[in-house]
Every structure is written in C-alpha cells, then in structure tokens.
Write a protein that binds this ligand. Structure first.
Ligand SMILES: [Zn+2]
Length: 446
C-alpha cells in the first residue's frame, strides 16, 4: 500500500484520521493507530500496544477508556440543537452520563462557545475534574430561548481493565555494522488525540510517517542510531509507554516531537532541557540552512507536549519540539484538513528529516593510533583537483578526531557539510583507523 516517493501526499493520512473522535483512550483512537500502522513502511514493524486502565505509570495512572454511544442536547419537543453524531466536539470530552430535562439556569453553566470564533464549535475537555457539557457555535448559544426547558442525553461509559490506553511504536534501523558500538535510538514522537481536529495534532503523525518512508527508502548509514517512532495520546501516552519500558529509556539518546505543523505560521523550535546538546545545535543549523524565518525558544518556554516527558528528570532524553503555533483555528471545529498546506507539511517533513538524519548519524570519532595518519597508504588522501574543499579540510578534520568532538561540530569547525564530513570520517572507521563512539546524552562536544 506504500505510494512511491514524490506521489505521497502528507494530507492524505490527516484526512483519513480527521473524522475520528480521538480522545485519550477509545475505539476511535485505536482505529487511528491501526490506520497509522497500515500506512507505515513494513520494515518498521509498527505495532499497537494496549496498557490496561488503572496501571500505575510513574506518578500517574493509565486512564479508563471512554466510549460515547449517543449524546445530544435538544429542545423539549425533541429537536436536536447539538449532536455528537454530527460532530464529537459538541460534547465536552469525558462528559459523565446524563439523561435529564433541565431549565436554562441549570443548563447554561454546562454550555461552551468561543468568543473569538463565534461560528466554530470549541473543543473543551475535562478529564480529571469530571462533569458534563456541550459545545456549540456562539450564534446558536445566543439564539436559545432562556424560558424553555432542554433535554440532555449523554450515553457515555468509562471502561476499566482489561480495556486501556493504546499507543503504536515502530523502529527503523541502519544496516548493521560489524563490531559497531551500540548507538542506541533516536525517538520521534507524534500525537493521535484531539477529536475531529487536524493541525493539532495529527499533522505530526503525517510528518513522522513521511519520515519513516524516506528512511526506509534511503536508510541511515552504518554506525547510526536506530529511529524509534511513538504514536500516542499526548503526555499520558508517552508516560504510560516509557514507564512500561524502562530498559528502552536507557537506549534513547535524543528525540524530536512534532505537531501543529501544516499552516503558514513559521516553525518554532523548542530546545531540549540540555539546551546545547547536539540535537539542539543540529536543529538550529537545519532550520537556518532551510532559509525560512523560524522562532527559537528554550525548553518549556512555549507550548508543551510529550517532549516535556522525555526531557524530565529520570528520563532525560534531550528532545526538541517543532510546531507552527499559535494559529487561529486552534482547539475548534475550524481545525480541519482544509486549513493545511501540503507545501508547509512537506517543508516541515524536510526539516524533520534533516534533523533526524544528522542527529541519528552523528558520532564521536576517536583515532586509534597517535600522530597524523599516512593518508595515501590507506587510500584516504583527497585530491585537491577534484575535492579542493575537502583536501583543504582533511588535516583539520584529522586533528579533531580525538574522541572529544562529534562529527557535527567538526563539520562546523572546518566549514564543510555534515554528510561530506561524515563520509570522510567513516572511511577512517572502516579502515580501523578510528572508532565511532555514540554521542552521550549529556553533550555538548567540540
Ligand atoms: Zn491541543
């Protein structure tokens, strides 16, 4: 089912996932994860995992599943005003079951609308402080007679274990290198929750799936990290997943979270908690090289999501985030596939691909013998007539292969591109003249 490169549209998967009522844990969220798994390159072995409700997950508890059979607000004569069947946003997410006739005074505190977008249905959710409510366009709210009685029907159910919260994961690895060190994994995280909305947050899914196809088509070189993908409901999804897999946390060396990336606002990079880790420096460089205006913030200076989980103490995986936020349609029924630009999605995918490729294939070269290498003897001498810049830089590169700097900072120091520098350094590794060491989580280097 995989479309060839160049014909894939990032918007397709967004349009497919958009209609689903994707709350934290429910059948629609599980359906979304299955769609993602079906669209993922087969070599990634994308699989859905369900963690039972009530499972302790660090300081949190895995939520119950929430299913809605029917929900509507109607006049007493039965004419419906807001119906979950038309749009799941009409119901406050996680509303308790209700079946009553109420006065306007009783109803009004349970109705929500947006002053800023009077024609849109706002998205309202109450998970930990449970109540019930309906959301509607302000003009509908204003038109409702104050002297009438209203029928509220919410047939909802919270389901405990064995039902639970589902996530999907997948891993794409580089070809194995003989006797290579374990370079661990780079984690790419994207969210599936947010009922019937698009830019927030499933544009991140579209970018991650596109990245997976590009990595399957052009794998990372040997001596690179594997790339792990995690698709989950926000925050509690990554908490539940990581708490279930403590060994995995030790393997994760850096990460990237992406969402809200399909509109025309500039990209905002939020750095990791390490602030100057290789992934921070690489992300800034990639965005600078892309040549478009971008914003940059420190960790937790802007809108927050699963990167917060990854950057927190005890997990400590330096993780950046990329978003195009704020945008006007945020958390309303106006956040639809129609507001997304294929070009902007693709531009985000290009940036994400470059950040992930560079960070995951970055390593620390350490020479295995003292003094300068006899380059000609090893077939490593670079001809100044065909590769003048590399010829000029080769001594500078060799000088810096001291086990204390990563290839990215060497490439910056000598003014060459990352891929060209890495290819040259990798030839030393292939010949046993240098060892490739993983970049530690607590860089920086160089
Ligand atoms: Zn959101």
């Amino acid at each position: 089912m995989t479309a060839p490169a160049g014909t894939r549209r990032l918007k397709d998967i967004v349009s497919e996932l958009h209609p689903l009522a994707r709350t934290l844990a429910c059948k629609d969220t599980e359906a979304a994860l299955k769609i993602i798994a079906g669209r993922f390159p087969a070599s990634g072995n994308c699989r859905v995992e369900t963690i039972p409700a009530g499972t302790q997950a660090w300081d949190w508890v895995v939520p119950e599943r929430y299913e809605v059979r029917e929900a509507y607000l109607a006049f007493e004569d039965g004419k419906r005003i807001a119906d979950y069947a038309d749009n799941p946003l009409h119901l406050v997410s996680y509303s308790l079951p209700v079946d009553r006739v109420v006065s306007w005074e009783e109803l009004a505190p349970h109705l929500h609308f947006s002053e800023k977008r009077p024609d849109a249905i706002p998205w309202v959710f109450r998970y930990y402080d449970r109540t019930w409510g309906f959301c509607l366009a302000k003009k509908i709210f204003d038109s409702l007679p104050r002297d009438k009685r209203y029928r509220v029907v919410i047939k909802s159910e919270f389901q405990g274990a064995p039902a639970g919260l589902s996530v999907a994961d997948a891993v794409l690895g580089p070809p194995p290198a003989k006797g290579a060190a374990d370079f661990g994994e780079f984690i790419v995280c994207a969210n599936v929750c947010h009922p019937r909305q698009s830019n927030d947050s499933i544009t991140g899914v579209a970018v991650a799936v596109e990245l997976a196809h590009r990595l399957a088509e052009r794998p990372l070189p040997p001596d690179s990290m594997a790339v792990r993908f995690l698709f989950c409901p926000e925050t509690i999804g990554s908490i539940a997943y990581l708490s279930r897999h403590p060994d995995l946390i030790l393997r994760l060396r850096a990460g990237l979270f992406c969402e809200m990336c399909g509109t025309s606002e500039p990209l905002t990079l939020q750095r990791s908690i390490r602030d100057t880790h290789a992934v921070d420096l690489i992300a800034r460089q990639v965005l600078t090289d892309a040549g478009r205006p971008f914003k940059e913030l420190a960790c937790r200076e802007g809108i927050v999501n699963d990167e917060l989980v990854l950057n927190n103490p005890g997990v400590e995986v330096p993780t950046v985030s990329l978003v195009r936020w704020p945008y006007d349609e945020y958390h309303t029924s106006d956040d639809r596939p129609e507001i997304l630009s294929e070009d902007k999605l693709r531009e985000t995918a290009d940036v994400v691909e470059n950040i992930v490729r560079t960070t995951a294939s970055n390593f620390i070269p350490r020479r295995t013998s003292p003094g300068p290498v006899f380059l000609s003897k090893h077939g490593l001498w670079v001809d100044w007539r065909t590769q003048p810049k590399l010829n000029e830089a080769m001594d500078q590169i060799m000088l810096r292969m001291d086990g204390r700097r990563d290839v990215f900072s060497i490439s910056k120091a000598v003014g060459l591109g990352f891929e060209e520098t890495r290819a040259f350094v990798a030839r030393f590794v292939e010949r046993g003249l240098a060892r490739a060491l993983p970049v530690p989580r607590d860089g920086p280097l160089g």
